[in-house]
Design a protein around this ligand. Structure first.
Ligand SMILES: C[S@@+](CC[C@H](N)C(=O)[O-])C[C@H]1O[C@@H](n2cnc3c(N)ncnc32)[C@H](O)[C@@H]1O
Length: 214
């Protein structure tokens, strides 16, 4: 497969993948979660826009994670809730939470997820939460590099128990976790295609970590 950027075959394949994702959204949530929403909080909070993670990428990543009823999962920057939809739709047996800064997209996640008793959406700033109530933390690059670093510093200062941390699209800032005390890399992998389709126009990396406070 030719991975050159702007390859029309890749672009078409990504488009098909996004259409299939929209169909899956409608099946689980009754609405399409695929629309990109630019962030009004990029200057003030170092926030990225609301882009939904591709289901095939989530399948690849969560194939490595065994969620149990004792777990409590949170998507930090949940957007319109694609990750919550993936987990709710596949019957994840644990509590599933999303926190989202932008009310425009948080309201979408809150609306469709209301009929899933184990899913909760919080409209607020991820920096204001206590993560000691969660065992599995997920991020699909919600923040620019410096803000991500501040967030990791905040986590390290406040966490009192072990967590699993999943970072999707870690190419820009994931290096900050390398060789850091308490952080153990479980897996790091590049993905561009899955299930016979391209899901990203350029390769993206994800990483899975265990963090144990010192
Ligand atoms: C790239 S989207 C990912 C959406 C979702 N996690 C997914 O994978 O489909 C990142 C989201 O993080 C949100 N975000 C950025 N900074 C945040 C913060 N400090 N607190 C809560 N949400 C934040 C953005 O508003 C945006 O909706």
């Amino acid at each position: 497969m030719d991975h050159a950027p702007h390859n029309p075959f890749v672009a078409l394949s990504v488009k098909i993948s996004r259409r299939l994702d929209s169909a899956r959204d409608k099946k689980t949530c009754g609405e399409d979660l695929g629309r990109f929403v630019a962030s009004p909080y990029s200057e003030s909070h170092g926030a990225t826009g609301s882009q939904s993670a591709p289901y095939r990428g989530l399948e690849e990543i969560f194939g490595n994670i065994d969620l149990t009823p004792e777990d409590s999962f949170i998507d930090i920057g949940c957007g319109k809730g694609r990750v919550l939809a993936y987990l709710a739709g596949t019957g994840a047996p644990c509590r599933i939470t999303g926190v989202e800064l932008n009310p425009e997209v948080a309201s979408v996640a809150g609306r469709w997820s209301a009929r899933f008793p184990n899913v909760e959406v919080i409209n607020g700033d991820a920096f204001d939460l206590d993560y000691n109530g969660y065992t599995v933390l997920f991020m699909y690059r919600p923040m620019e590099k410096d803000t991500f670093m501040d967030f990791i510093d905040m986590l390290e200062k406040s966490l009192t128990h072990n967590i699993t941390f999943i970072y999707y699209a870690d190419g820009q800032s994931g290096y900050y976790l390398n060789d850091r005390p308490g952080w153990k890399l479980i897996k790091r992998k590049e993905i561009m295609g899955a299930g016979g389709l391209y899901i990203h126009k350029e390769p993206q990396r994800y990483s899975i970590w265990k963090y144990s406070p010192g």
